[in-house]
Structure formats: C-alpha cells, structure tokens
Ligand binder design. Structure first.
Ligand SMILES: [Mg+2]
Length: 234
C-alpha cells in the first residue's frame, strides 16, 4: 500500500534545513517544455558531429541518454567531445516561455535554511532559467554537471560529492525532482523526497502506484504544484 502523499504535511518538514531542487521540470512546470528546445539542439549537435541524418542522430542521442544517463556522457565516452562546447550549444535556447514567479520566489525565500539547485545541466542554464523565473537570488548555491565531473544523477558518487561539498546533513534535507529514479539515492540517504509531476496528474499517478508494488518506496510526496506545496510548509 502506498504511503506517498499529495498534500504537504508541515510537521514532516519541520526539521528540514537544506532544500535541494532539481532544475528542469521541477522549478518550472513540465508543460513549459523548455527541454524540447534543448532536445532539438542536442540532436543537431550529434547530427553535425557524426555527419548523420537527423533521425539517426536522434536515435543515437536517446541511446546514449538511456545507457549513460545523459547524452553528454555518452558523447564524451564514445567520441571524446569537449563537454563545455556541448553544454554551450545544447543550452542555446529561448527562455521567453518562462515568466517571473513572485509567489514561488516568496515561498522559497520563506523556507528555513539553505536552498540549492542540483542539476544535470550547466550553471549558465540554471542561472538563465532561475533568473527568468525571478527566483535566482533565493538560492545559496548551484551544483551542476561540471561540478559533478560530468557524472549525472542518479549516480551515488554525484550525490556524495554534492552533499560533502555543501556539508548537507541528509537527515535534515529535502529533495525535489521530476524524475523518480533521481530520488532513490536521496531517500536512501535519509532525505525527504518530493516528486514533481505534470499538472493534474498527481492523483492518477499515486492511484496507479497503489495498484503496483514497491514502485514508490522512495517517494514521500507527489505534487503538480511546487508553489502551493512550499507555501503550505511555512
Ligand atoms: Mg528535471
């Protein structure tokens, strides 16, 4: 039986002093779909690099993503590319789909303790995204794929690196993510885990889990509205 909850219970979070947020599809909702642009840029990069048709490039891109956690990691291992050049090109996108979110900014600001962005993207992308949302000033630090030595979440070594660099007491920390697999390690480390899902899907997802077994053991909460979730905690 599922223990996953959709409404935040403030008492569950009263000891939390470090708040760790994924970036894409977590700090802004899934339907904004900024990733569609990044995805297209990555296909173009693979296509140009390997002189492949778009369709074949896309297949390889997705294969590397599945095998290595990020397309970048696959390209580094198999083709020795310059990661900084890749990140620059992948994140050359239009951020105008994002608008300032003063309520979200206030909700993050009101949380007691430190707030971090922990992303498989780049610092530049995180700053541009959080800047467009009007929430950048609310964070104490950004840990990106460069800081992770290009080893993406959900690798345990990358969480260890983030936690030790920032001296995070995982028993008093919470992690917000849109990818369930990225919450497995945080839960094992004793963190509270919150999964962000596309709007209007939270109940359906929890109900689906209730009919399956063990799928949600590492997810304490599911929400489709980060602002409302955070506001209820303070
Ligand atoms: Mg994400």
């Amino acid at each position: 039986m599922s223990q996953t909850k959709t409404l935040s219970e403030p008492t569950d979070f009263s000891d939390i002093r470090d708040w760790v947020f994924d970036l894409d599809n977590t700090l802004y909702p899934h339907h904004v779909d900024l990733f569609a642009q990044i995805d297209k840029n990555m296909t173009a990069y693979v296509s140009a690099l390997l002189q492949m048709e778009r369709e074949d490039a896309r297949k390889l891109q997705k294969q590397y993503y599945l095998e290595h956690g990020t397309t970048l990691q696959g390209l580094m291992i198999h083709h020795g590319i310059d990661p900084n050049d890749f990140l620059e090109k992948a994140h050359a996108i239009d951020y105008s789909a994002l608008t300032p979110q003063p309520e979200l900014a206030a909700a993050i600001k009101a949380l007691p303790g430190r707030k971090f962005i922990f992303t498989n993207g780049s610092v530049k992308h995180a700053e541009a995204t959080a800047g467009a949302l009007g929430i950048l000033d609310n964070f104490d630090g950004i840990f990106d794929i460069v800081a992770a030595d290009f080893v993406p979440k959900p690798a345990g070594s990358t969480y260890d690196k983030f936690m030790s660099l920032n001296r995070v007491d995982t028993k008093r920390a919470a992690m917000f993510e849109d990818l369930p697999r990225n919450l497995t390690v945080p839960k094992a480390l004793g963190m509270k885990t919150v999964l962000l899902v596309p709007r209007n899907l939270e109940t359906a997802i929890v109900e689906w889990w209730e009919r399956t077994t063990g799928e949600d053991d590492h997810i304490d909460y599911v929400t489709d509205d980060l602002t409302t979730f955070l506001k209820a905690l303070v």
